[in-house]
Design a protein. Sequence first.
Length: 187
Amino acid sequence: MSHDTQALNKQRQNLASYDEIWLFGYGSLIYKVDFPFIDSAPAYIEHFTRRFWQGSHDHRGTPEAPGRVATLIATPNETCFGMAYQVSEEVFEHLDHREKNGYLRHEVKIQLVNGKTKTALVYLGAPDNAAFLGDASIENIAHQIFYATGPSGANRDYVFELANALRHHQQVDEHVFAIEAALNRLA
């Protein structure tokens, strides 16, 4: 699969068939909401963990020096915090472009903090996509992030903003916070 998944995502779900469309964001979609939405709420997805295993060749890095951004990895008995947004079909033109670097839209179940369960769409960078970088030590991940910069800015700012957003929502993510601490040691 190529890095650019826009065409694939347009074929994945019939968005017009949804009574309401919810989007689950677990990375920059928590703190960088650059699209209109109808409603929003903190939410959780079960059996996934957030990991900095996805390459960013287009936003937080370049093809020659990719950055690292978050994806969700299937993990039994784990829960990952994020934000849910009720959106219209039209926002996916923007979102498919924003999340084009190897991410595919998947339909999942999420739980809003008010206890309601919703069907939502989530962008996942699976191990079979061309931008997937996979596991590495916290130090190696932090080193790659520390030096990567792309059109959307320094890769380390992505980590710092995500960590701050998680703290704002009183959430702990050991992986994110360990990378943040390693980045601070490099500074």
